[in-house]
Design a protein around this ligand. Sequence first.
Ligand SMILES: CC(C)(COP(=O)(O)OP(=O)(O)OC[C@H]1O[C@@H](n2cnc3c(N)ncnc32)[C@H](O)[C@@H]1OP(=O)(O)O)[C@@H](O)C(=O)NCCC(=O)NCCS
Ligand SMILES: [Zn+2]
Length: 231
Amino acid sequence: MIEVWWARLSTQPIDATWVDDLDTVERERLAAYLRQEDNDRFLLGCTIVRRLLARRQQLPPASIRLDRRCPDCGRPHGKVRAEGAELSVSHSGDLVGVALHPGTPVGLDVEKVDTRLDPLDLARVSLAPEETEHLVRRDAADRPSAFTTYWTRKEAVVKATGDGIRADLTKLVVSAPDQPAAVLQWPDHNGPVQLVDLAPAPGHRAALAALTEEPIEVTTFDAADVLRFRS
Ligand SMILES: CC(C)(COP(=O)(O)OP(=O)(O)OC[C@H]1O[C@@H](n2cnc3c(N)ncnc32)[C@H](O)[C@@H]1OP(=O)(O)O)[C@@H](O)C(=O)NCCC(=O)NCCS
Ligand SMILES: [Zn+2]
């Protein structure tokens, strides 16, 4: 079972003492955010990860060792890694999500639907020709939401593998937004990938991928439960 923990910025009080549990890398990244909401989303992501692992390992959150090194450049902006757990973090709009499984690599992506975006413009670099055709056939008013469904499904997959947007998203073909989530083609990848949509809040799209043959079983939780108490 994959756990997905969601926090909502609009209702979740931010506790300044959470910063005490962060490591040097996290504090430096936190200090670099210019907008308060980016700062809050990052702090929430770090704190949820630390507390989930702390609970499982019966250790204080500050003693959890996390590795965020980017395989390309070594800077700490890569996928978050911890011993004994596979993790994926995503933030957008009102939501921060953390997916967790003991051994299967997972990828979580959430995006707030931005009705001002021009999906056909973005499609050129991120969608396969058949996906773009599907988008063109939709009413213009539906396109931002349909594009965001494509985007979160693809991002979830490339976050599970750790490729991120280095992957050529135009070659990763996923099912149409009105069909159940599935990877249809990805010649750049060997091995199984499972994909599901999640519906964490209105106005947002989210998807979860796992590198396994087994159908995904997801249980969602309210992160307020791990954020409420000092563990
Ligand atoms: C990170 C990424 C996969 C998704 O970004 P996004 O949709 O804007 O943001 P999300 O909130 O959904 O995801 C951010 C989280 O993804 C994780 N992440 C970062 N790189 C990742 C990767 N390669 N694979 C999986 N997860 C990754 C981090 O945990 C990050 O959370 P944090 O900021 O709290 O540390 C995408 O921006 C990306 O691929 N970036 C890297 C681009 C790159 O390779 N640049 C060159 C580096 S040298
Ligand atoms: Zn890098």
